[in-house]
Write a protein that binds this ligand. Sequence first.
Ligand code: BGC
Length: 290
Amino acid sequence: MARTQHEGAPNAVRLGRGRSKRRLGPARLRSYFEATPLASLRSPLMTVLGVDIGGSGIKAALVDVEKGVLVTERERVKTPKPSSPEAVGEVVRQLHKRFDGPERVGICFPAVVRHGVTLSAANVDDSWIGAPAREIFSRILGVEVAMLNDADAAGIAEEKFGAAADHDGVVLLLTLGTGIGSALIVDGRLVPNTELGHLELDGHDPVESWASSKVRKTEQLSYEEWGPRVGVLLRHLDMLFSPDLFIIGGGISKKFHRFSEFLGTDPPVVPATMGNQAGIVGAAMAATQT
Ligand code: BGC
C-alpha cells in the first residue's frame, strides 16, 4: 500500500509555495457550486475529502486542494465514546458515504502517525496505540487513505494557504485545544510528529495538561491568567527551536487579541487564519501526496 510522504518519512515533504489566500464565504460558496459542474468538483486531482478526527468531534468536507478551500459545507459528528477504531471507523464510513464516496481521502488524527500506524492516544481510546489506522480506514472506505497527525495537517495548510504563506525559515504552529498539538515547518518542509504539547515543563507533565485551551475552561482561568502559561511554553520552545514565527491555531485563535499581550515572546506570534478548517484542508492535501 502506498504511503504518504509525511508519515514518519526520513525526508520531510516539500509543501510547495502556493500563495492563494482566497476564501469562500457562503455567498461565494453558492456561486462556486452554481458555476462549477459537479463532475469537476469530484475530479480526483482537485477535490479530496478531508477528515479531521478529534477527541470531541469528527469534521469532514470536500476540499479544493489547489485553492485550499472547502467546496462543501463542513459536516461535524460527535466523536463516539469509547472512541475505538470500530466506532470511529463507522462514523468516518458514514461521512464518506454522505459525500458520495470520493476516491481520495485524507484523515488527520490526534496522535503520532508513523507509516499509517497510530502510536499514541492522548485524547482518544487507548486501543488506537499501535493500530494500523490507515489500513483500517482504507478497508472500511474501500479506497486508499492518507493519514497524518492533526496539528501537522493544520501546519501544512497554514503554511501553504494561511498565516505562514509568506514565511520561509522555521515556523512553529501550536494548536491549543483539548490538547496542545504542534507542527514544525522548516523552509516549507514539515518535520512530522513533534508532539511538543507532551513536553514536561516546570513540573507540568505534559505541558498540555497545564496550558491547553481546555485547561483554561476547566480551571476557569481569565485570559490574563492563562496567557502567561502559553507564554512560558512559547519561550521554552523559542529556546529549543528559535523559530522565525509562531502560529497559534485551534478554535482559540479567534480570541488571540484577548491574550496576545500576556505572551511576552520575542519572535512574532500570529493567530492562524484558517480556523477550524486547517485540519480538514491539510488532511486533504496529504492525500494528494500518495
Ligand atoms: C496529541 C497530539 C495532537 C494534539 C492536538 C495531543 O494530546 O498527543 O497528537 O496533535 O493533542 O489534538
